[in-house]
Design a binder for this molecule. Sequence first.
Ligand code: FES
Length: 179
Amino acid sequence: MSDAMHPAIAGAQPSQRAEKRPEAPLFEGAYQDRFEKILTRYPDKRAALLPVLHLAQEVRGWVSPQTIRRVGELLDLTPAYVRSVASFYTMFNLRPVGKYLIQVCVGIGCDLCRAEEVAEKFLELTRTRIGETSEDGKYTVIEVECLGACAFPTVVQVNDKVYENVKAEEVEGLLKELD
Ligand code: FES
């Protein structure tokens, strides 16, 4: 098992931090600067919806109904429109997630290398079911279709960190590493 942000997906995945601040303002300080910088890339601020949603999720950990409303206000979009876009893409969390969002790739490349066993081991050890958050609020395990590092199955992403060549028997050690 190795851990890295694979070059193929670095920057493509939304940032998922261990620290979640669901009530944090959108946006202030360094995040205000980043928000304004995003807007400069588009002739019409409404076109900045996806990167702004990513930024909002980075701040708050998930895209709540309040976040949808606020992003709509900032970009002159209706909440219904923002919600429709956010719900189309699987990388946006429409429910709160645990401190560690564990994404196990079950795409064809990883599936052929027993990704299901890896996913099952995570579920067993975190005592959760797919998409549920553990009682202590630490873990949410989800299955995803491809993390863009197919040559290194099974691929697992925990928040911002990518683990390659993960075997079921290594899952326990990986979880201990997080604590
Ligand atoms: S199929 Fe697993 S990373 Fe692509």
